[in-house]
Design a protein around this ligand. Structure first.
Ligand SMILES: CC(=O)N[C@H]1[C@@H](OP(=O)(O)OP(=O)(O)OC[C@H]2O[C@@H](n3ccc(=O)[nH]c3=O)[C@H](O)[C@@H]2O)O[C@H](CO)[C@@H](O)[C@@H]1O
Ligand SMILES: C=C(OP(=O)(O)O)C(=O)O
Length: 421
């Protein structure tokens, strides 16, 4: 099994360039399915396992997809869609595969996708996606592990209120509604920057979407969308992870490409912890010369504190001065990293949806596992400051979302390598 081997105790210093956002590029790749004429060329596409998986999903549908790892571009030609079925082997690997349902329904009037199932961080139902499709006039059937949706006479615009501002449901419904007849009004949608990025790409393709990033999105259906070139926004979670790495190692790191507007709650909490943050138009400089102070964090939909930064902040709190509370409100089971952090000598108690983290002077390196993507990031962060060697296993989770992690961390002075054992 491949592992990451980290020797802790090195201060991080220098510059690191942030790649395109995983959570923007995945729905945007799904949206390329709407392009009937002309290919799309996506730029700033990160070299991630998830990008590879969704590319395989599209290939399975008969679409031409080509990733250029030198240029970080992805070419997608969806002029022909030969199949509307996504198999279990691919959907199981990555839940975001389900994002092809909206575009397939809009473009082909049908879609058959394997039920995604649960995952380490929660059960993650898709009821809000399905309610949205039904409101647009689709018929949904569930059986034999698949969800089949059909709208043989096309979709019709509707007023849809989301009970919770789900990121995936907002994206899936927005993509389906682009080609529905008439207007769709989506109330209480997710407001994440990745929603805005998807809407911008769809609008470049010819869609008529207004209000993405606010609490009401209006979509006027059009009859045709065409493939276009588009550049993906930087990954705010990757940026946030390097910011925490800089803080924990008492380093001095310039995070190139980071958009501070997207990182407000992360920046606010780091400042509260005593970290110095300097923002400019090209990135963010993070410096820290003393032990961080404990802070409380509570995850919320955007613009609240992101759940995808919760595990990394918990890693920081394990070595901060004092006691911090970490409350997870978005996912019901996103504390899998707690037991792993405890193996490294941290002092954490879970009380329902809150973890009480009492800072310790030192973590000790040992064998741990990445139980999910951000839990894996938390283990790497802990390993960077632990005494001795930390071995992180199950790193396929980390490969889903961190582009060239080892190269980037080594470039900042960390002692980390990848091995096969
Ligand atoms: C590829 C991608 O962009 N992934 C992100 C996306 O995931 P994803 O789109 O899956 O997250 P959602 O916003 O949909 O989920 C948030 C909460 O809503 C619940 N829910 C969601 C849909 C639904 O139909 N019913 C329902 O109950 C989920 O179980 C979860 O508890 O947003 C999450 C929340 O910011 C992030 O952690 C993920 O990194
Ligand atoms: C939970 C995450 O991603 P996904 O929704 O793709 O599982 C994440 O990026 O932390």
């Amino acid at each position: 099994m491949e592992k990451l081997i980290i020797n802790g105790g090195h201060r991080l210093e220098g510059r690191v360039k942030i790649s395109g956002a995983k959570n923007a590029v995945l729905p945007i790749i799904a949206a390329t399915l709407l392009g009937q004429d002309g290919p799309s060329l996506l730029d700033e596409v990160p070299a991630l396992e998830d990008v590879h998986t969704i590319s395989e999903v599209l290939t399975e549908l008969g679409v031409k997809v080509q990733f250029d790892s030198e240029k970080d571009t992805l070419f997608v030609d969806s002029s022909v869609i030969a199949s509307c079925e996504a198999p279990y082997e691919l959907v199981r690997k990555m839940r975001a595969s389900f994002l092809i349902m909206g575009p397939l329904l809009a473009r082909c009037g049908e879609a058959k996708i394997s039920l995604p199932g649960g995952c380490a961080i929660g059960t993650r139902p898709i009821d809000l996606h399905l309610k949205g499709f039904e409101a647009l006039g689709a018929e949904i059937e569930i059986g034999h592990g698949f969800i089949q949706a059909s709208a043989p006479h096309g979709l019709k615009g509707a007023r849809i209120y989301l009970d919770f501002p789900s990121v995936g449901a907002t994206e899936n419904i927005m993509m389906a509604a682009c080609m529905a007849q008439g207007q769709t009004i989506l109330e209480n949608p997710a407001q994440e920057p990745e929603i805005i990025d998807l809407a911008n790409y769809l609008n470049v393709m010819g869609a008529k979407i207004r209000g993405a990033g606010t609490n009401v999105i209006k979509i006027d259906g059009v009859t045709k969308l065409i493939g276009k070139n588009y550049t993906i926004i930087p990954d705010r979670i990757e940026a946030g992870t390097y910011m925490v790495a800089a803080a924990m190692t008492r380093g001095d790191v310039y995070i190139e490409n980071a958009i501070s507007e997207h990182l407000k709650p992360v920046i606010a909490k780091l400042k509260e912890a005593g970290v110095t943050i300097e923002e400019d138009v090209n990135g963010i400089r993070v410096t820290c010369d003393k032990q961080t102070k404990a802070v409380d964090v509570k995850t919320m939909p955007y613009p609240g504190f992101p759940t995808d930064m919760q595990a990394q902040f918990m890693a920081m709190l394990t070595v901060s001065e004092g006691t911090g509370l970490v409350t997870e409100t978005v996912f019901e089971n996103r504390f899998m990293h707690v037991d792993e952090l405890k193996r490294m000598g941290s002092n954490i108690k879970i009380d329902g949806r809150t973890s009480v983290v009492e800072g310790v002077q030192k973590l000790t390196g040992c064998q741990v596992k990445a139980t999910d993507l951000r839990a894996g990031a938390a283990m790497v962060l802990a390993g960077l400051v632990a005494d001795g060697e930390t071995q992180v296993g199950y790193i396929h989770h980390i490969d889903r979302g961190y582009d060239h992690l080892v190269t980037k961390l080594c470039g900042l002075g960390a002692d980390i390598r990848r091995t096969e054992k």
